[in-house]
Design a protein around this ligand. Structure first.
Ligand code: PRP
Length: 224
């Protein structure tokens, strides 16, 4: 795993931690193949279904702590930021992220569905569950598990912007740069990953694998 972490030169300017390059680049070659003698999926009932572990649980948690510190450093204001979790995929991430944040935060949930195939979205989005409250004047942080084409996030940003928030930030755990169709300005991204079929830590295939504590690669025999 080659890190793009640049580290903040504290003497070089304003101490905005967001200026740091937080994103770690993960290549397909970094994946740790599952073997008959080592199959972490089997601990969760997915024996023989995964091809590899792409991002181990400990690496995810370390990154989440880093992201949370960066976000907190940029949000030292009176009103707690409102975390908007995009269901269902981001649910694992938002719960760990909120607990890692060294400042108070509030939680809201939104569920959207993009029309398209099981593996790619079309950009046409409908709201399955809307926010429970008005966000006028609030600083909101959209919490996403993954940016694939970017279509969902792009739509969501426009939708939330019409509701008069004071500011909108985005924190995404994963991004697939080679799949992005719409560029969205995302300040906090945990990992740039390959276009491989990833599951785990909220990401599903036919609703399975969300419960894995790591990000894995699904075995081709499971979806071909
Ligand atoms: C996934 C993911 C993002 C979106 C990213 O959600 O959680 O919201 O796709 O894809 P995009 O960048 O190509 O738009 P999905 O619609 O699969 O629903 P889920 O979170 O309930 O699994």
């Amino acid at each position: 795993m080659s890190s793009l972490d640049a580290g903040l030169d504290e003497s070089a300017g304003p101490p905005s931690v967001s200026k740091r390059l937080l994103t770690t680049l993960v290549a397909s070659a970094d994946a740790i193949p599952v073997a008959p003698t080592w199959d972490p999926g089997s601990e969760h009932g997915y024996d023989g279904e995964l091809a590899a572990v792409l991002i181990p649980a400990g690496t995810l948690q370390a990154k989440i702590t880093e992201l949370a510190r960066a976000v907190a450093a940029d949000h030292q204001l009176d009103t707690p930021p409102l975390l908007i979790c995009v269901l269902k995929g981001a649910v694992m991430f938002v719960t760990d992220f909120a607990r890692a944040l060294p400042i108070p935060s509030e939680l809201e949930f939104m569920a959207v569905s993009s029309y398209g195939s099981a593996t790619s979205s079309s950009g046409v989005v409908r709201i399955l569950k809307d926010l429970d409250r008005d966000i006028t004047g609030r600083r909101v942080i959209i919490v996403e598990d993954i940016i694939d084409s970017g279509l969902t996030l792009s739509w969501l940003l426009k939708n939330l912007a019409t509701r008069g928030p004071a500011a909108i930030d985005i924190v995404a755990l994963l991004r697939k740069p080679e799949a992005v169709k719409v560029e969205v300005d995302v300040r906090y991204v945990g990992f740039d990953i390959p276009t491989d079929f990833v599951v785990g830590y909220g990401l599903d295939y036919n609703e399975r694998y969300r419960d894995l504590p790591f990000v894995g690669l699904l075995g081709e025999h499971m979806y071909r």
